[in-house]
Design a protein around this ligand. Structure first.
Ligand code: BYC
Length: 474
């Protein structure tokens, strides 16, 4: 299913046949470009970046690689091909035909889900806007920009849904997506993690590993939606998301590889010695991991949520891989275990499964995250380093849900406020850690050269060599 690039807004949804929508999107387009110029990647107007662009939504060969100035990237609207016989797989409408339009009774909830999803996309671009100034190599710089333009496209995906299906309020919400701003005290982004800073490249790799993975799970849950246009657009977004998580996973692996090499050369595991050699010590990497993991698992919402139950039962949002689960896909009368603190101890309790669906998705995310951390540990193992990274306990450093505000060590012990204060600097990145990591961030722009704190990747992008000129500075 080829994408029509002859139009002002590339698309595979016959935009030319829908004049009202085309006009609305064409009015929004200059505001998007203005937003990109104002808060998108800093000082990059003349850069020519070796980017992939979607040419078709088929799994075979959707990507075309070429030098593009990011401002000229062909952001557009790409949906997975329709399946005429698709039926709703779960909830009260199970077995009915999937919806091509928004039923009036679900309008407000669907709009809210689409707005929340849409809000994260520009937020991440804003969070990452200064990173180009300190990229450890041209290869990494190109990957950052690839992630940024695709988050921009994901915003287009949600704006298409809002403008096509939600009339005037959809147009207003589309405008508001460009007005909220990450970290803004008066008009912040909707979800917590998207108001945090991504100040350095270790944070960027942790973000793309953990937080983009929230994207994977949320998009996969939305790809089950009874509202077919949402299902089709999120399916295509998932193919782009995979590369973002690769950037995070391989980025952290390369940091570990370099740290392990320095530890072996210096025959030391002392953070001070490793830092003096210009690499990032494992304790600091673990603290960054603790931070990004805990902030990201908050993104799944409260462990018990009547919203989550409504979203599921009404068919708006399914579970991860709904089709692979062997239960009734209605879930009434079933239970799920969630945690809470009683008398200073964490205890499990059974609650209605429908209300616990945020927790179900969080637990799926946790399993997937832990698997990748295992792959990071292989890097250490291979280098003969005995230290291992671990994900902290689910209740560590939480701000959302029943576990919010509980003082908990990463290994799952409830601690007093005094102990927390005493040990927080062991568990979460300190200002000094961040200042140290920042001090390593210099700009490396010679093809094939890498900053001292990170190893080169095993291979380049699109079979190009590692020393390919991935970005040309105009
Ligand atoms: N921060 O009943 P609850 C991605 C609010 S990432 C702040 O649990 P619900 C990407 C909540 O809004 C994927 N507030 O809420 C990654 C509610 O507020 P109100 C993004 C939060 O609705 C990297 C109240 O707390 N997609 O794509 O069940 C780069 C009660 O909570 C937070 C989605 O999230 C928070 N963390 O669950 C680029 C999918 N959590 O109404 C992109 C769409 C909750 O009381 N969103 N609150 O004022 C959803 O499905 C749901 O909105 C959530 C929240 C799962 C997020």
């Amino acid at each position: 299913m080829a994408i029509d690039y002859s139009q002002k807004i590339p698309n595979n949804v016959n935009l030319a046949d829908d004049r009202t929508l085309q006009r609305a999107l064409e009015q929004w387009q200059p505001n998007f470009i203005q937003w990109w110029d104002d808060v998108g990647p800093e000082n990059t107007t003349d850069h020519e970046v070796y980017l992939r662009t979607a040419t078709s939504v088929d799994p075979q060969g959707w990507a075309h690689f070429d030098y593009v100035k990011m401002r000229d990237y062909r952001w557009g609207i790409f949906l997975q091909p329709a399946d005429a016989g698709r039926a709703v797989q779960f909830g009260d409408h199970k077995g009915e035909k999937a919806w091509q339009d928004v039923p009036g009774e679900h309008r407000a909830n669907l709009r809210r889900i689409i707005v929340t999803q849409g809000d994260t996309e520009p937020a991440s671009v804003e969070q990452q806007r200064h990173l180009g100034l300190t990229a450890p190599s041209l290869y990494d710089l190109r990957n950052l920009f690839q992630v940024n333009v695709e988050e921009g496209r994901h915003l287009w995906a949600m704006v298409y849904l809002l403008q096509k299906f939600f009339g005037r309020d959809g147009r207003e919400e589309a405008g508001a997506l460009l007005e909220r701003s990450s970290g803004d005290a008066d008009n912040p982004r909707i979800l917590g993690a998207f108001n945090e800073k991504t100040p350095d490249w270790l944070a960027f790799f942790m973000f793309t590993y953990f937080t983009d993975r929230d994207g994977k799970f949320q998009l996969a849950a939305l790809a089950e939606s009874a509202f077919d246009p949402l299902a089709r657009t999120t399916k295509f977004m998932l193919t782009e998301e995979a590369h973002h998580m690769f950037v995070g996973e391989s980025g952290v692996s390369r940091v570990l590889q370099r740290t392990a090499q320095v530890m072996n050369e210096r025959k030391s595991d002392d953070p001070k010695t490793i830092r003096e050699a210009g690499a990032i010590d494992l304790a600091t990497i673990q603290r960054y991991l603790n931070f990004h993991y805990s902030v990201t698992i908050d993104l799944f919402g409260a462990d018990q949520s009547s919203n989550a139950a409504t979203f599921y039962s009404s068919g708006l949002k399914g579970r991860y891989e709904e089709g692979k689960r062997v239960d009734d896909h209605v879930l009434k009368g079933q239970t799920y275990k969630v945690l809470e603190v009683q008398n200073g101890q964490l205890v499990e309790k059974d609650v209605p499964m429908l209300n616990a669906l945020n927790e179900v998705l969080r637990d799926d995310f946790i399993k997937d995250s832990v698997a990748g951390v295992g792959r990071w540990n292989k890097v250490l193992e291979k280098a003969g380093i005995p230290t291992r990274l671990v994900v902290p306990h689910k209740a560590f450093n939480r701000r959302i849900g029943a576990l919010a505000g509980i003082r908990m060590s990463p290994d799952g012990q409830v601690v007093s406020e005094a102990e927390w204060e005493q040990r927080e600097a062991e568990w979460l990145p300190t200002d000094a850690d961040r200042a140290f990591v920042s001090s390593l961030m210099g700009r490396v722009v010679e093809p094939g050269k890498f900053a001292n704190w990170i190893a080169a990747p095993a291979m380049g992008i699109n079979k190009q060599p590692v020393d390919f000129e991935y970005v040309r500075f105009g």
